[in-house]
Design a binder for this molecule. Structure first.
Ligand SMILES: Cc1ncc(COP(=O)(O)O)c(C=O)c1O
Length: 446
């Protein structure tokens, strides 16, 4: 493909993408394919000679689309949202074209410098304490990780190093490091995302999943008791991960009790902030703790301006990193803070519309509280009844949702996911739910 064909094909692809997104409502949100469907649709080896572009393009609808779960369909209500916007896509095209690997400032200065400023913009939007911002002039600042899972792991590993250093002096027997580490213990709530438990597994430390209150929140007293118990047993508590918006039910840990003095903070603009995956924003109060844990310095990565700007390779696990701050820059400038607030408020309002439908039918109950864009609901009755309802709703294929369970109560979760979702789509989701419930109830009476 030469430049003139790229111009033509690129424009065609932009048209295809715009048509896909603008007409996505017409596609079934969850596909009908069965595992292994794709292998039969394409050859089992790469072509010897290059093919014609038309042949490849044709195969998007033949091979790919039948197996796509359409996360941006207004009838997709599963998991949590993943963001998608034209400004985000356009910026990613530019990022792909620049195609730099921004591991140090010198490897592509704009890649590092835009990220530093964008993380400050975003931190100010969230009203984060000054110490998290690089503009404060201190050792704090932000970095874009790929995922929240990575951010949690990075925080845990750097806390682990900090505590090893605290307990072992420079002249100590290195074997003592392992002995000290066997005493480390970390905490999160029993509602925390599986990635937090995994960070413990990868970091080789036990992660205590502490019991939450009736609203699914971790409370200070529970944490304090666990810490006291572990200290009394000779263990070394070194890490707590609090969650604001748990995956099962969007519960908020009580951070005023648990984490008044948090050293890091992470959230995913790639979920609700119109920045396409991947863009997981992480801030730390002291980036030296990251460098302490992750710095290795081969000659080929050194440069003469070291220390004047962050070298992000010390802030995360991979060496390579894409120019992801471009999509933040485009999105923040083109929507503005007000535009982003409006879109989040619209989703929250739609969630309350669905909540009102659920509350209008006495066969149903809301599980927990509707906060943000998630509605957790169930039929009054057994878990088995609700499992049947979920299966029937998803088998029907008009909408797609996933279930969850908190303290042995099984419920259905409806998240407002796509930016194109309207009141009409919420009404459709309710009509499907009610119609299927009517059928289920009458089949049970027979
Ligand atoms: C509360 C919470 N934490 C962490 C994650 C993991 O996110 P990621 O896919 O960015 O690792 C999720 C994913 O939905 C989540 O809901």
């Amino acid at each position: 493909m030469d430049a003139s064909e790229f111009r033509r094909r690129g424009k065609e692809m932009i048209d295809y993408v715009a048509d896909y997104l603008e007409n996505i409502r017409e596609r079934q949100p969850f596909p009908d394919v069965t595992p292994g469907y794709l292998r039969n649709l394409i050859p089992d080896h790469a072509p010897e000679e290059g093919e014609k572009y038309e042949e490849v393009f044709k195969d998007i609808e033949r091979v790919i689309m039948p197996g796509v779960t359409h996360w941006h369909s207004p009838q997709f209500h599963a998991y949590f949202p993943t963001a998608n916007s034209y400004p985000g896509i356009v910026a990613d095209i530019l990022s792909d074209a620049i195609g730099c690997i921004g591991f140090t400032w010198a490897s592509s200065p704009a890649c590092t410098e835009l990220e530093v400023v964008m993380m400050d913009w975003l931190g100010k939007m969230l009203n984060l304490p000054e110490q998290f911002l690089s503009s404060s002039g201190g050792p704090g600042g932000g970095v874009i990780q790929s995922t929240a899972s990575e951010a949690t792991l990075v925080a845990l590993l750097s806390a682990r190093t900090m505590f090893i250093r605290k307990h072992i002096g420079p002249g100590d027997d290195p074997h003592r490091e392992n002995a000290v580490m066997t005493k480390f213990v970390a905490y999160c709530s029993d509602q925390a995302h599986s990635s937090v438990e995994r960070a413990g597994l990868i970091g080789g430390v036990p992660m205590r999943m502490l019991e939450t209150d009736s609203k699914g929140a971790l409370r200070g007293e529970t944490l304090q008791l666990a810490i006291q118990r572990d200290k009394a047993a000779g263990l070394i508590p070194f890490f707590v991960c609090a969650t604001l918006g748990t995956t099962p039910s969007c519960a908020f840990d009580n951070v005023l009790e648990v984490g008044k003095y948090a050293m890091s903070f992470n959230f995913n603009p790639h979920k609700w902030l119109k920045v396409n995956f991947d863009c997981s924003a992480m801030w730390v109060k002291d980036s030296r703790l990251l460098s302490d844990a992750f710095e290795v310095d081969p000659l080929y990565l050194k440069h003469e301006n070291q220390g004047k700007m962050p070298d992000y390779r010390h802030w995360h696990i991979p060496l390579g990193r894409r120019f992801r701050s471009l999509k933040l820059w485009f999105v923040l400038r083109l929507y503005g803070i007000k535009g982003l607030q409006e879109s989040i408020r619209k989703d929250v309002m739609l969630a309350h519309e669905f909540e009102a439908y659920i509350k209008s039918d006495e066969r149903f109950e809301i599980f927990g509280e509707v906060v943000m864009g998630l509605v957790c609901f169930r039929l009054k009755g057994s878990n088995e009844l609700n499992e049947k309802l979920l299966k029937l709703i998803n088998d029907d294929r008009r909408i797609h949702i996933v279930p969850s369970k908190v303290k042995d109560t099984y419920f259905l979760r409806l998240a407002i996911c796509a930016s194109r979702t309207t009141s009409q789509d919420v009404r459709l989701a309710w009509n499907v739910t009610r119609e299927i419930t009517n059928g289920l109830m009458s089949s049970l009476k027979q």
